[in-house]
Structure formats: C-alpha cells, structure tokens
Design a protein around this ligand. Structure first.
Ligand SMILES: [Zn+2]
Length: 433
C-alpha cells in the first residue's frame, strides 16, 4: 500500500522537522493561537463570543478545550458578523440551505488564498488515489467559479490529469456517454448517486470505472460493499463540508479511515452531551478549528457528524492519525415508540439489495415506519418488498409496524436530486413536509 500522499504534503507545508504527532500538535497549537487572536480582533461574532475570555491565558490544549463551541445555529443567526474581512476582500460566498426553508441559510466566506489552500489540499488528496493515466469525472456542483468542481479541476490540472466537471448527476445518458468518450476511470461524486449509476448501467460502469471518491454525505458500509462489486472498483471516502473549506480528509489505499488536512484544520471529537473530549477510539461529535482561514475563521465548530479516532496507526505506515469513516449525523434519527431508528441502520439493511435505487423513510403516524422504495425497472416487486420487510422487522425485533410503498425509477431529476442530502423525518412532531 502506498503511504498517504498527505504525509509529505503536510510535512512540507508545515516545515515540521520530525514525523511525529507531537511535532504536528506543536505546529497546530501555534496556529490555533494566531487564529484565536485574529478572530477576536477581526470578527464581530468572536469579539462577543470571547468577550469575557483573556486569550493570553490560553497556553495549553487543556485551556483551549474549555473555549465555547461555535455552532451552525450561530452561523445562521450572526451570518455577516463571522466575516473577518470587508466585503471587498471576500472572493466567494457560498450559501447553504439544506432544509429549503427561508431564514435557514448559512453563508460561508472565502478569500482567494482560502480557495488556493483548498486547491492545494485537493491536489494532494487526489494523489492518494490517482495514478498516471487516470481520467476523472466530477459529479459534484460545478463548474462555476469557486465551486467544488471548479476547485477540483484546478487541483487536477497541476498533475495534468484530465478532468470533466459535469455537476451533480441529472442527465444519465449524457454521463454514461462522457464516461465512454473520455475514457473516465475515476468518478468523484455523491455516494447514493454514484451507487445508482453503477446499478443502472453496471456493465459500462465496471468496464471503465476503477476508482470512486465519495463525498458530501456519510457513506454506509453496505454502499461501499455494493459499489466495490467484489473488488472491481476501489471505493475511497472523502470527508469534508463547506465550512471546512470543502475538504477535510481522505482515505489512503488502505481504505480504512481518513487522514486529515491537519495543516489547515485541527480536529477534536467530543461528547455532544457534556462537551468534553472523548478518548481516542470512542465515538463522538467531530469538532474542528480552522488554522489558516482568512475570510471566516471558525473555532471549535460543531459539525453534527459522528465519528471516532482510531487508536492504531494506519497500515500505510504514516504517522498521521486516522479518523474512522463518519457514521452519520447526530440528528438523523427518529424515535418510534421509544425505539431509535437511525437512517444509517436502514441504509445498512436496504442499500445492498441490488433492485433498490433509493428509499425514503418517514414517520407519518404513530408507531409506524413508512418506507418508500424506488425500484429499478423490471424488478421482482414482491420479492424485494418481502426482503425489505423481513430485514427491518428482524433488525428492530418487530418493535413497530412497517408500511412499504414503492415506485419504479423513472430516471427523473427528482429521483437523483433526492439522493443528495438524505434524512429520516418524523412528521408527527410538527416537522413540515
Ligand atoms: Zn493510511
């Protein structure tokens, strides 16, 4: 296995002289201190947030770990107060709205240098999986300026790698044609959409695609297993969110957890209930601090993602630590008659059924889980429904009723769009449909 390309990159960019966690931590702490002072001086939000804190007292990680968190709610509420620079100095503003409700937007600001840092990470992150001769298709937002597709293309141009940016999957025949025409060997895309593509056109997909890099959402193990198709395709996971500057970490060839962008970001895992750090090996919420960000520094930002650090070094031989693949979002669950149902549990049970293109799980009435399945054309409907029913009942010990519905895949964009941010919802508690 090749050692992660992030190792030499991080050593080079940080100029640490020893390949040790301690040396990297020392570098990160120095950057954290600079960020704290910069944020308190320049950003209105952090002026107030840290008003009663004497930053000169922060002389250890122990003291840093007591600083208040920053949340997604803070960004929504105090939007422009987060900017550390004047509007004229901002190069790109990304507006995020996952719920679709007005007033629920987050705005994330970047300078040109912030975007250059992301391009640099993408360049070396992609070297973790690519080899000479690989051609890449990006099925992520783009190619407009500053979009993730645009930044990836710029990153790949540094290694003269052919890169076609097509935007999120919507026109399936066009995507299949692009794969053939450009001899695409690697796809970067949204987990459910890439799986869907492999299910619709398995022959063409596995003839050409040898590697995929999945991004923007957590990735269930069943999805990795189905997509890898008994080793025909290597499935790499990327971890990132816009707040991180799109990129956060990427798996090496061992395909067992991400190495992180530790020269730009400092990661912690905390107990979401107490706010205390958890021990390595324990699950908790991922929290990060930006180390170089100019336009919008974020300090102890709570991601809402659940993951853990591995306690063992990676088999690739790197000294960099490893975060196990994110297992989902803290709030992506419903409670049915006291029984917790996480979307990830259903994903693990359902997604490896090859006839299922996608599904939606909802609670519309008390004690009943409604599952709406999207089935590939020509599926044996009864057999699939029986299988899904049986697997859910068994997993949850028949604790609630299951109502199954189905429709055939009609290749419409409403089907591919619903694969982008999947959520399990409880509409009996006043959530709007
Ligand atoms: Zn590794």
């Amino acid at each position: 296995m090749r050692i992660t390309a992030l190792e030499n990159w991080i050593i080079d960019r940080t100029r640490i002289t020893q390949k040790t966690q301690e040396a990297l931590l020392e570098y990160q702490f120095e950057k954290i201190l600079k960020t704290l002072h910069y944020a308190k001086e320049k950003s209105k939000f952090y002026q107030k947030h840290f008003a009663s804190i004497d930053l000169n007292q922060i002389i250890s990680f122990e003291a840093f770990n007591k600083l208040p968190f920053t949340t997604a709610e803070d960004i929504k509420r105090y939007m422009y107060d987060f900017s550390a620079l004047s509007y004229a100095q901002i190069d790109r503003v990304v507006t995020l709205n996952t719920s679709g409700t007005t007033g629920d937007e987050k705005r994330i600001f970047f300078t040109q240098e912030d975007l250059e840092d992301t391009i640099d990470f993408f360049d070396y992150g992609m070297r973790c999986l690519l080899e000479k001769g690989d051609n890449v298709l990006v099925l992520l937002p783009g190619p407009s300026y500053g979009s993730i597709g645009n930044l990836l293309k710029k990153a790949l141009s540094k290694t003269d790698t052919t890169c076609v940016v097509q935007g999120v999957l919507s026109d399936i025949p066009k995507t299949l044609e692009t794969i053939k025409e450009n001899k695409i060997s690697c796809i970067v895309g949204i987990p459910m959409q890439v799986l869907y593509l492999s299910k619709i056109a398995p022959e063409l997909f596995y003839k050409h695609i040898k590697k995929v890099l999945l991004s923007t959402d957590y990735v269930p193990n069943s999805l990795v297993k189905a997509l890898s198709n008994e080793g025909k395709c290597q499935v790499f996971n990327h971890y990132g969110m816009t707040e991180m500057g799109y990129g956060g970490g990427v798996e090496c060839e061992c395909l067992d957890g991400y190495h992180l962008r530790e020269n730009h970001l400092y990661f912690e895992i905390i107990n979401p209930k107490t706010g205390e750090l958890v021990e390595d090996g324990e699950y908790g919420e991922v929290v990060f601090t930006t180390l170089n960000r100019q336009a919008m520094p974020l300090i102890r930002y709570k991601t809402g993602d659940i993951a853990r650090f591995y306690t063992q070094p990676c088999e690739c031989g790197s000294f960099l630590r490893r975060m196990q693949k994110v297992i989902g979002r803290i709030d992506n669950l419903v409670s049915i008659d006291g029984c917790e149902v996480h979307l990830r549990d259903l994903d693990e049970i359902i997604l490896d059924i090859k006839e299922v293109a996608d599904f939606k799980a909802e609670v519309l009435e008390k004690n009943v889980l409604h599952v709406k399945l999207i089935l590939l054309q020509n599926s044996e409907i009864e057999a699939v429904l029986d299988k899904v029913q049986e697997r859910i009942s068994k997993h949850f010990n028949n604790q609630f009723k299951i109502q199954l519905q189905w429709q055939f895949d009609d290749y419409s964009s409403s089907i591919t769009n619903s694969m982008i941010k999947r959520k399990i919802c409880d509409f009996t508690k006043g959530e709007k449909r």
